[in-house]
Design a binder for this molecule. Structure first.
Ligand SMILES: C[S@@+](CC[C@H](N)C(=O)[O-])C[C@H]1O[C@@H](n2cnc3c(N)ncnc32)[C@H](O)[C@@H]1O
Length: 240
């Protein structure tokens, strides 16, 4: 049972996302070739790290409040946040690729006795995450600026690791699922859960080296911002 629903935490944005992005990006648009023709498509390319560096992209997107806006405008965000919340167990949770902490802080509100560590490459995103935690008077979060795929000396081990919309960005090539799980190994103990969520699932196996599938949730939604139906998955593995 959640103490706070996602819609109470973050009011949905019901305006025209494209126009609002254009308005917020303003003169910065000239720096981003392609942005003018199709803001959202380019935004997606930046998100996937295909253009410039991930850090540069998030510096701009966070400073203009674009991340927050796209989460608020995404009709699946409440389903993702609330279902991931139900998968969380244990005293220590790591959120890899936490960005500006929009989701991490929501989890922390609903699991007040659990410590959440958000890891991200973008310092700017983590500054925003820290501010978000303070705004919600949340004290069970901490933030680490690092490349989650190359950390080999674990600073802590988690009972649950969450990777939401970050797998494809951290290792952007096909056939990388088992490598992703392998790279997360320093963060997990025997029996830890790995919760991978997003709409580009490739985790088709029931078993990966050292992990077993323990839950799978899926939901389809029509996203009016991109005018198509998307299917989202939450895939849960346990370290065995
Ligand atoms: C698409 S965002 C997802 C943010 C958030 N989890 C969500 O679902 O809204 C991906 C995040 O992963 C971060 N990221 C990408 N590669 C990373 C890496 N190797 N290590 C840590 N963070 C990384 C990016 O900086 C970005 O904030």
């Amino acid at each position: 049972m959640l103490s706070m629903k996602f819609s109470e935490y973050l009011a949905p944005f019901e305006g025209d996302l494209r126009n609002e992005c254009l308005r917020r990006l303003g003169s910065n648009l000239s720096d981003f070739s392609g942005m003018k023709e199709d803001v959202l498509r380019s935004f997606d390319l930046y998100r996937r790290g295909r253009l410039r560096t991930v850090q540069e992209f998030y510096r701009l997107a966070v400073s203009k409040g674009i991340i927050d806006l796209t989460v608020r405008a995404n009709p699946i965000a409440p389903w993702l946040a609330e279902n991931i919340c139900e998968e969380i167990e244990g005293r220590c949770v790591i959120d890899v690729g936490c960005c500006d902490g929009t989701f991490t802080v929501f989890y922390a509100i609903n699991h007040p006795r659990t410590n959440f560590v958000g890891i991200d490459l973008s310092e700017d995103a983590l500054v925003a995450a820290k501010r978000r935690a303070e705004d919600h008077s949340v004290t069970n979060t901490s933030w680490v600026c690092a490349d989650a795929m190359t950390l080999d000396a674990p600073f802590t081990r988690a009972d649950t690791v969450i990777a939401q919309h970050s797998l494809y960005q951290m290792l952007p090539w096909d056939g990388h699922e088992s490598l992703f799980l392998e790279r997360l190994a320093p963060f997990v103990r025997q029996d830890s859960k790995i919760v991978i969520a997003g709409n580009r699932r490739r985790l088709n196996e029931r078993k990966y080296n050292g992990y077993e599938l323990c839950n799978y949730r899926t939901e389809k939604t029509f996203d009016p911002n991109i005018e198509r139906e998307l299917s989202y998955e939450i895939v849960v593995f346990r370290r065995v």
